[in-house]
Design a protein around this ligand. Structure first.
Ligand code: ZN
Length: 180
């Protein structure tokens, strides 16, 4: 895999984050494949556990899940970065749970966001295979967060109360207290 280049991240206020992204028609197009490498490199360099194409000003239905423990998410499970193209959520659990999320496009803030604990999903991988998978817990949460980006939805839209929003600094203090 070619190492990708680092792209500029669009932040809240940029209209691209509020659009519905368009389906990818030719996954094998070298431009699309190179873009996926760039998106992976950009997400990793920003310590993200996921990143969606609209976050780098490209309104296409592509996102990356790249969970790994890092300074922003010390307890994240480790996985190879995976490209998710033209995803659909087929079904989701009735059970929902609130947990902390951040977003590379909303620097400095964290929020307690209610999400389904598991989702059954369908998408196309970067080599053009149709995947049908079940994700639970943290990966299900990333999937729902990134999927929202393709529809112009940000995590702050899903928060139940302003009291569930805190700053990154206070979040880091909270983590330290929890690990004591
Ligand atoms: Zn985000």
């Amino acid at each position: 895999m070619e190492p990708g280049k680092i792209l500029e991240i669009a932040e809240m206020g940029n209209p691209v984050l509020r659009e519905r992204a368009r389906e990818v028609e030719d996954i094998h197009d070298p431009g699309v494949q190179n873009f996926i490498d760039d998106l992976i490199a950009t997400g990793i360099s920003a310590n993200g556990v996921g990143i969606a194409a609209p976050q780098v000003d490209v309104p296409k239905r592509i996102f990356i899940i790249s969970s790994r423990p890092n300074i922003r998410y010390p307890d994240a499970p480790l996985m190879e970065p995976e490209a998710v193209i033209n995803p659909e959520i087929i079904s989701c659990s009735d059970e929902m749970v609130k947990d902390w999320e951040g977003c590379l496009s909303i620097p400095g803030l964290r929020g307690l966001v209610p999400r389904h604990t598991s989702v059954r999903v369908k998408y196309v991988s970067r080599d053009g295979r149709v995947e049908e998978r079940q994700f639970t817990d943290f990966i299900a949460r990333i999937f729902q967060h990134e999927y929202d980006h393709l529809n112009g939805v940000l995590f702050l839209d899903r928060i139940e109360s302003n009291r569930d929003i805190i700053t990154d600094r206070e979040y880091m203090k909270l983590l330290r207290r929890e690990s004591e």
